[in-house]
Structures are given as structure tokens and as C-alpha cells.
Design a protein around this ligand. Structure first.
Ligand code: HAM
Length: 418
């Protein structure tokens, strides 16, 4: 049997409903925060990722790369940020700053197979461009928390870990690290919880800084850089969700200041989301023509869905939400075939009124139609038959019946809706 490629998913309706549950809440909360939706192309010129190697070496090794039929070197997008930067550079004058843009789209990375990592995944991105204040930092962090709260998680389930690359750069310079080795040291810090001390020490040789010095800085007092952000989050009642953790530096190269990652408290899984400030990316990509500060984050559907499956209250909330949203609300039973056109007209009026309604395409025994109605998940069956111009309405859950004139159906539907 033909199967999808490793790391790629088929979304059968059951799986699509779960995915949609997450995406709907992401979008809803982003809109509550006044963000506006955008998107870019799936395919980009490879140059966008290679120019100044902004994303960092790791992501370049994961690109789906090919030459198109016109001989262009193209890549499937591994992330939104370079595309967003390119688009903002092209048209920033059209928009009032700060821009608050979000997107929900699929991305492609040739990753090694592991839990929480696929080769095609959906990511929510939100970015604020043209504002450098702690206000925009706090706004984005609050939003990612509220998106996860909307999915049924609390402060006992998730934590946002804040760190700052500028604080690291200052510290490393004070240790005598030269600028050119700082990215190398950052890469070591990024792996500090995942690799053995020996492996880490080996990578630090020649950088001028020891593993102990890095560990002491992480264990030391938190830099004052976070005070304003933490105060804002406290004002929003969200401080239980955040902590300072200098072991976070993020793998992507373009971050220049604040960075953050969201984890499950048990830290069983990979990061649910990650982001930070990239105040120099637009200037770098436009050779200085557009110089706007920026901050953003991305959140993936795979890790979020895994955590929902592992968190009973979030799982119960998702299952209830999916059950409350059946494909069909009302099933129209054609009990008398000579009334089929009246039945179809009735179905049309039910759909026009905004309800989800289905009916059988071919003549079928009434009993079979009732079975189909039950299987569809509909709340009610409406029978068009011998009673016409009256119709029989059966509440499929309560097992009660009533007969009303078909002209009174609109009123009945409205009474059910409220
Ligand atoms: P990232 O940390 O590479 O950041 O990805 C963000 C999130 O996307 C991760 O925390 C994870 O949930 C999800 N993700 C990434 N790779 C995979 C994968 N292979 N399979 C499943 N999920 C994955 C970025 O992409 C930045 N561009 C985010 C950003 C936006 N920074 C500023 N603005």
C-alpha cells in the first residue's frame, strides 16, 4: 500500500478536527490581541536563507532544496521569519507601526525522526515589527500564554523561560571571549542540558570560556533586563507562567536580545514555542535600507497536540469541543418519496438559516434513514411524510417528538439556537 513519506502526515477527518481545534484557538486569541493575519509563499529562493546565514547553520542542513524547471535554486520554507522580513522590507511604508502580524502555515524541515519533530508541521507565528519596548515583549509572551490557556493548560502545565542574548554577549565579552567565537559559545549553551560535560568542554576549547563559568552565570542572579517584562506580566496576572532561565539561547542565529521558549513543566517534550528579538535582521537583509526592530515567536502544532494528549483536563476539553461541533445538526428524513421536493426545499431553508443539515440522496427505508441520522451526530431528525404540510421533529437525544406545521420550522430552529 502507498504511504505518506516519513515525517509527513495524512489528516483524516478525525485528525483534522484535532488540528483545527488548535488552529482555531490560536487564531481566536491572536485576533483578541489585535494581530492581523498574513501569509507568504511555500517556496522561496534558497538565497533568502543563505544570505548572511541569518537563520543559522543547523536549519540550512535541514532545507528541502531543489532546482526548479527554470534552473532556480529554491527551498521549501523551513520557517516564516525570513519571508516575513522580506515582505516587510518590500512594503513597510504602507503600514502604520508597529505591525502586529500573525500567520498559520505549514513548514518543512528535513529533521531526524524523533518525538515532537516531523518534516512537515504547522506553525503559528506572531511578530511585532517597529517597536523596541518591553511592552511588545510582554504582549507576545502574554499572547502565547493565553493561546495555551485557551487550549486548557494552566501554570502547573506550562512555563515560559526567558533569557537574553545581549546579557550573554556582555558576560562573554567580560570573560574575554572575542566577538567571532560568541556564536560558537551560544551553540554550546543551546546544548547545555542535552550533551555531556565532556562533549561541551571539548567544544569550548579555544573560546576563552569554561563550562563552569557558563554554568555559574546560569545559576547566578537574573539580570535586570527582565524587570519591565516581568512587571507587565504580573499586571496581567500571568507571572506564574514565567521564569528567567539563562540556559535558553535558541538555535536560530538572528536573535539579538530577549529570547524565550515555552516548555511543559515536566519537560518531557520539546519546546512548544520559541521566539525572541531580532532587531538587526531587517537591516541585514535589506543592506541597511529598512532598519526596524522586531520580536516574534513560532509555536508548532505537533508538540502542542502531544501535550494535549498527555494532559487529562486539556484532553477532556478538546474532546468535548469536538463532540459539540458535529458535522450535521439536523437530518431530514424523506419518509414519503412523493414529498422529496418539499423535503429538499426544507433542507435548503434550514441551510440558509445557517444550520448544518443533511438528507439521503436516494430513496431509503425510514428505519435506515433514522440510523443514518443517529450516525451523523445530528441533534434532531425532521420527517417529511404523510403529515405534510405538517412535519414531525424528533429530538434524537431526548427521544421526544413533536408535530408542527412546516411553515413554523424557522421559528423552531431559532428557539433551538438560543
Ligand atoms: P523554532 O524554534 O525553530 O523557531 O520553531 C518554533 C516551534 O515550532 C518549535 O518550538 C516547535 O514547536 C515547532 N517546530 C519546529 N520545528 C519542528 C519540527 N520539525 N516538527 C514539529 N514542530 C516543529 C522558529 O521557527 C522561529 N522562526 C520563530 C520566530 C518567529 N521567531 C521570531 N518570529
Amino acid at each position: 500500500m502507498m504511504q505518506s513519506l516519513p515525517g509527513f502526515r495524512d489528516f483524516f477527518p478525525e485528525e483534522f478536527a484535532k488540528r483545527n481545534y488548535i488552529l482555531t484557538r490560536w487564531r481566536q486569541v491572536a485576533r483578541q490581541y489585535g494581530f492581523i493575519e498574513m501569509d507568504g509563499p511555500v517556496l522561496e529562493s534558497t538565497e533568502l536563507y543563505e544570505k548572511k546565514n541569518e537563520s543559522g547553520a543547523e536549519i540550512l542542513t535541514q532545507l528541502y532544496l531543489f532546482e526548479d524547471r527554470g534552473g532556480r535554486r529554491v527551498a521549501m520554507r523551513p520557517e516564516m521569519t525570513p519571508t516575513l522580513a522580506r515582505m516587510v522590507i518590500a512594503r513597510e511604508r504602507h503600514y502604520r507601526k508597529p505591525l502586529k502580524w500573525f500567520s498559520i502555515a505549514s513548514y518543512f524541515r528535513y529533521e531526524r525522526q524523533q518525538k515532537g519533530r516531523l518534516r512537515e508541521f504547522v506553525q503559528f507565528n506572531a511578530d511585532i515589527i517597529g517597536d523596541q519596548s518591553a511592552g511588545s515583549d510582554a504582549e507576545l509572551i502574554a499572547m502565547v500564554i493565553d493561546q495555551l490557556r485557551a487550549l486548557g493548560f494552566g501554570a502547573a502545565d506550562i512555563v515560559v523561560r526567558l533569557s537574553d542574548r545581549r546579557a550573554w554577549t556582555e558576560f562573554l565579552s567580560s570573560c574575554g571571549c572575542v566577538e567571532s567565537v560568541i556564536p560558537k559559545v551560544m551553540a554550546v549553551i543551546d546544548k547545555i542540558e542535552r550533551e555531556t560535560p565532556e562533549a561541551l568542554e571539548a567544544k569550548l576549547v579555544g573560546t576563552g570560556v569554561s563550562l563552569t563559568a557558563l554554568q555559574d552565570f546560569i545559576a547566578g542572579p537574573s539580570p535586570s533586563a527582565f524587570d519591565a517584562i516581568l512587571a507587565e506580566l504580573r499586571a496581567r496576572g500571568l507571572s506564574d507562567f514565567v521564569e528567567v532561565d539563562l540556559s535558553i539561547v535558541r538555535g536560530l542565529a538572528y536573535y539579538s536580545g530577549l529570547v524565550f521558549e515555552v516548555f511543559d513543566r515536566g519537560r518531557a517534550g520539546r519546546a512548544l514555542a520559541g521566539g525572541g528579538r531580532y532587531d538587526r535582521l531587517l537591516a541585514d537583509l535589506s543592506d541597511g535600507a529598512v532598519d526596524l526592530p522586531a520580536i516574534g515567536f513560532g509555536m508548532g502544532d505537533v508538540v502542542v497536540a502531544n501535550l494535549i494528549d498527555d494532559t487529562p483536563p486539556a484532553l477532556a476539553q478538546r474532546n468535548a469541543a469536538i463532540a459539540a461541533d458535529p458535522a450535521v445538526e439536523i437530518y431530514c428524513i424523506v419518509a414519503d418519496e412523493s414529498r422529496r421536493s418539499e423535503a429538499i426545499a426544507l433542507v435548503q431553508s434550514i441551510r440558509d438559516a445557517g444550520h448544518r443539515c443533511e438528507f439521503p440522496f436516494l430513496p431509503m427505508k425510514t428505519g435506515k434513514q433514522f440510523q443514518a441520522a443517529e450516525a451523523s451526530g445530528a441533534r434532531a431528525a425532521i420527517l417529511v411524510g404523510a403529515e405534510w404540510p405538517e412535519i414531525k421533529i424528533k429530538d434524537l437525544a431526548a427521544r421526544t417528538e413533536q408535530i408542527i406545521p412546516h411553515t413554523a420550522l424557522a421559528e423552531w430552529l431559532q428557539s433551538k439556537a438560543s
